[in-house]
Design a protein around this ligand. Structure first.
Ligand SMILES: *Cc1c(COP(=O)(O)O)cnc(C)c1O
Length: 385
């Protein structure tokens, strides 16, 4: 029997019915007041999420397109950037920068580590660079990097701060203006639970000044063109945007703002705790530093003798439940449970129940109900206060 997949992976995340309905409704024409209102509403709400009064540009692209736009719009060939490497998405920054002819300096950490602000401080003191490229939620390891402290260090050394917030915006605290961030790139398909297809980019005054002299080739992603079209009486995208996805994104933000950002952050924290307590109750080893702050993804080491990919294959085959496999050096040794986006307590309970049964079927000694009970403990404790 074909049945809908139960997604417990860090993006795309489950899409609420209101969002499906909105993106299935008739298209609003992309030049004129209808789309203008849509774009304005989406951009205004994103500004609140970013914590900024600056422009937030909307582009039809996956998150990586937004990252590429940051490189193309801020730099000239041969300029230097610093990228602390501690996972798959930090490495993506490095590859993107190198592909555009930038010189990348870096420190390498073991995957699962937090980047140390003092290391970045020492590196920038020894060798100044134009910008530091950071990853807020390192989705490959589950680690939330200390972006606030890292930005402070970079600001101190006069470097621009460019951050991938694709899997963190809306799930963990972030303050674009207050933390001194220059560019932050988000995406529609993670914590906001809209369909994939729209990237958002917040740009500071400093970054706009850097943009004026940046000479890397660009066309589709030229921020100046996006800004000019966004300033029309009825705001537009320069090119035909993913109108349906934008209609869905407006509905997703509407839902997000019904209870407000504070409630959404608290929910992410609570669900993350439930997953982690559930994993521990099964005797599993949780991966990565700073678990209490890592509210988006939980990476779990597979028990000895069981390949992690076997666990994600089996839980999908038996229960239709999609976990994310380990990436890079973690392939086969960890699996990842995503809990960012539109999840409820029962979604988490259901996922943990499926995990228990799957592990038992693979020969791991499971006390039935242990993970579920631990998660219930977290949820009940919150109600009792
Ligand atoms: C998902 C993700 C991206 C973007 O991936 P796309 O597939 O291009 O949307 C970028 N960075 C991080 C940290 C992510 O989790």
């Amino acid at each position: 029997m074909e049945r809908p997949e139960i997604i417990l992976a860090p993006g795309p995340t489950p899409i609420p019915p209101e969002v499906y309905l909105a993106q299935g409704s008739p298209l609003v024409y992309h030049r004129g007041p209808g789309f203008g209102n849509l774009m304005t509403e989406v951009a205004e709400r994103l500004k609140v999420l970013y914590g900024t009064t600056q422009d937030v540009l909307l582009m039809t692209a996956s998150g990586t397109g937004g990252l590429e736009s940051a490189i193309q719009n801020v730099f000239s060939p041969g300029e230097e950037v610093f990228v602390p490497l501690a996972g798959f998405f930090a490495e993506r920054w490095k590859q993107l920068a190198e592909a555009h002819g930038l010189l990348v300096r870096s420190i390498e950490y073991e995957w699962g580590r937090r980047v140390r602000p003092e290391d970045v401080d020492a590196a920038l003191a020894e060798h100044p660079v134009k910008a530091v490229l950071l990853t807020h939620s390192e989705t490959s390891t589950g680690v939330i990097q200390p972006v606030r402290e890292l930005a402070e260090v970079a600001n101190h050394h006069g470097a621009l701060v460019i951050v991938d917030v694709v899997s963190s915006l809306g799930a963990v605290p972030f303050e674009f203006d207050a933390w001194g961030i220059d560019v932050a790139v988000g995406g529609s398909q993670k914590a906001l639970s809209a369909s994939p297809g729209i990237a958002f980019v917040a740009v500071s005054e400093r970054a706009w000044r850097a943009h004026e002299t940046a000479s890397l080739p660009r066309y589709y992603f030229d921020w100046s063109i996006y800004r000019r079209y966004a300033a029309l009486k009825d705001p537009e995208n320069p090119w035909t945007p993913a109108i349906s996805v934008m209609q869905g994104l407006r509905a997703a933000l509407e839902l997000y703002f019904q209870d407000g950002p504070e409630a959404a952050l608290a929910r992410h924290r609570r669900l993350s705790r439930a997953v982690k307590e559930g994993g521990k109750a099964l005797g599993l080893d949780l991966f990565g530093e700073g678990l209490e702050d890592n509210w988006t993804v939980t990476a779990v080491r597979a028990p000895d003798g069981i390949d992690a990919d076997t666990i994600s294959d089996r839980i999908r085959a038996d229960f239709g439940c999609v976990l994310a496999p380990g990436q890079g050096p973690l392939k086969g040794t960890v699996f990842r449970i995503g809990h960012l986006g539109y999840y409820s307590e029962l979604d988490i309970i259901r996922g943990l129940a499926a995990l228990e049964m799957t592990l038992e079927r693979l020969g791991y000694p499971v006390k039935r109900g242990a993970a579920v009970a631990a998660a219930e403990g977290v949820f009940q404790e919150d109600v009792e206060g």
